[in-house]
Ligand binder design. Structure first.
Ligand code: ATP
Ligand code: MG
Length: 516
């Protein structure tokens, strides 16, 4: 064996030991054959050297391993530049001051939380953390028709699972009286008016950029009508509208709704109130009084910024900085409560945790971990560019999180029985993890095994396959499948297969989510 090959083996063994604490002869063999394909025919000759080197490396402490590497292969210690995908963290926040940043996550309790909420909440939390600031969880609950008590709870459960920690929690509905006062101020300043037109008229005027006749009424008329909204008017008969500009290019500014009557019971306040602020009015006032410095929302709200800032200017209130990021979606998966809710309620899916859905409950059920979601979200960064990520990207973050902590078992899909003659022993031990020390398990063998249908189908008598961790088997008959044990010789290009011993086989059912 040449010195050069010895050195290469040592290098691989040390590197493997540095990465994983210990190394293994089979791993080093695999690696050396990967870099030196010409050695494939000499496995028998190099194996003793590999075993000797692996044994000596495994006797070293982690420090000794490092010192050896420093001496002999210093290039291994040079930090490799991280791949784009692994880049972590968010860009600095415009206008942020240490200790003074306040962000908020403002879900409407009208559905189960999903990966889109995870993105928003994680970004809100990360920025608060980055600047030693605070995160407020604020339920934006001013539309009793859509909101239910169970969703407040579900959203909290979801945030707990994500390990998103907030400093304070509140509801927009807590401030309903204050919101009325702010509306009164708007009416007093003649910045708003009460409109009693029919919905069709309102829409037509908006389309045709025509001012509403109600906007020309006396201030008194507005006061009287505002009072009547709390008693006489019924739902749909009157709304408060912001006095915007009916010919604005920005359709949001064409006298948008500020308050409307909703007679449905509120999940927290019952029928105590019937006049409810619109999202646009509530969000601006709430962000301002809550001390929010940076208010993030998804890109489709961008046109609403003009209204947000104008309301606060007119009321002479402090203005947070509003910033947008892209909505997160997955190919073939609806990431929006509006679409998810009917799917669940109409029974098109089995429930809110149906594994085809992007709800947090479904992702959890699917085996996705919260730390993987966080890494995934941060890898997407803070951009306005549409993020339609393939689900596989999340899965790949998840695999990285799960891999070092999971024991490996063999599994065969569509099992087909096979009998194998001449096994050298009736029991073997197998490591639970290829590189980490996670213990070993014993597997009893009686010659009856299961292989995967797909693996069996490819074989014909005379072929050899490698039962992973056990040895090589020559196929003697295909149906019924039979084989003969022919030793543990590695190195040739024998296809490797998973197998399950009949004696300790466990039947499992696996749900494989398809696209909705
Ligand atoms: P939905 O269509 O799911 O009801 P929404 O924006 O009305 O969406 P909210 O509960 O009001 O849902 O949202 C709370 C926060 O989560 C908001 O800041 C919103 O911008 C953000 N958010 C919601 N869906 C997504 C998504 N798909 N990607 C990124 N952020 C999202
Ligand atoms: Mg909403």
């Amino acid at each position: 064996m040449s010195e050069e090959i010895r050195d290469k083996i040592l290098r691989l063994a040390l590197q493997n030991a540095l990465d994983h604490g210990k190394t293994q002869d089979k791993i080093v063999l695999g690696k050396i054959l990967g870099t030196e394909p010409s050695l494939r025919t000499q496995v028998k000759e190099i194996m003793p050297t590999i075993i000797e080197i692996v044994n000596s490396v495994n006797q070293m402490s982690q420090d000794q391993v490092k010192r050896q590497i420093q001496d002999k292969f210093p290039d291994l210690l040079v930090e490799k530049p991280k791949k784009q995908e692994e880049r972590e963290g968010l860009p600095p926040l415009e206008g942020a001051e240490q200790g003074k940043v306040v962000t908020r996550f403002p879900p409407e309790p009208n559905g189960y939380p999903h990966i889109g909420h995870a993105k928003a909440a994680i970004i809100d939390e990360e920025y608060a953390k980055m600047y030693g600031g605070k995160l407020i969880l604020r339920f934006d609950d001013t539309n009793p028709e859509a909101e239910r008590l169970e969703y407040y709870a579900a959203i909290k459960v979801g945030l707990d699972w994500l390990e998103v920690k907030y400093d304070r929690t509140k509801n927009t509905s807590d401030d309903i009286e204050l919101l009325y006062k702010k509306c009164q101020e708007m009416l007093d300043g003649n910045f708003a008016y009460v409109c009693t037109c029919k919905q069709e008229t309102i829409s037509a005027n908006r389309r045709e950029m025509k001012p509403c006749k109600c906007s020309m009424g006396e201030m008194n008329q507005n006061m009287e009508r505002w009072d009547k909204m709390f008693s006489k008017f019924k739902q749909g008969e009157a709304i408060v509208r912001f006095r915007g500009n009916m010919s604005s290019e920005n359709t949001v500014m064409r006298d948008p709704v500020m308050f409307r009557i909703i007679e449905t019971k509120h999940p927290l306040l019952g029928d105590k109130y019937r006049v409810w602020p619109s999202y646009d009015f509530a969000v601006a006032i709430e962000d301002s009084i809550d001390g929010v410095t940076h208010a993030f929302r998804t890109k489709e709200y961008e046109l609403r910024n003009e209204l947000y800032y104008t309301i606060l200017d007119l009321l002479k209130m402090r203005k947070p900085k509003v910033m947008e990021f892209s909505r997160l979606g997955f190919e073939g998966m609806p990431v929006s409560k509006r679409i998810l809710r009917p799917l669940i309620e109409e029974g098109k899916v089995t429930g809110y945790d149906d594994p085809r859905l992007p709800t947090l409950e479904a992702l959890k059920r699917r085996g996705i971990r919260q730390d993987a979601i966080r890494k995934f979200v941060l890898s997407l960064g803070f951009t306005k560019a549409d993020t339609l990520a393939p689900f596989e990207t999340l899965e790949s973050f998840n695999r990285k999180a799960v891999d070092p902590e999971s024991i490996r078992l063999h599994m065969v899909k569509n099992p087909v029985p096979i009998t194998v003659r001449d096994l050298p022993s009736s029991i073997i031990t197998m490591p639970n993890h290829p590189t980490k020390d996670m213990g070993k398990r014993t597997v009893e063998l009686d010659g009856s095994f299961y292989l995967e249908l797909e693996d069996i189908e490819k074989l014909k008598p005379g072929d050899a396959i490698r039962f992973m961790g056990l040895g090589n088997v020559k196929i003697t008959s295909q149906s019924p499948a039979e084989g003969q044990y022919i030793g543990d010789d590695l190195g040739t290009d024998i296809p490797k297969v998973h197998w399950v011993s009949h004696k300790d086989a466990q039947k499992i059912k696996i749900l494989i989510p398809s696209q909705l």
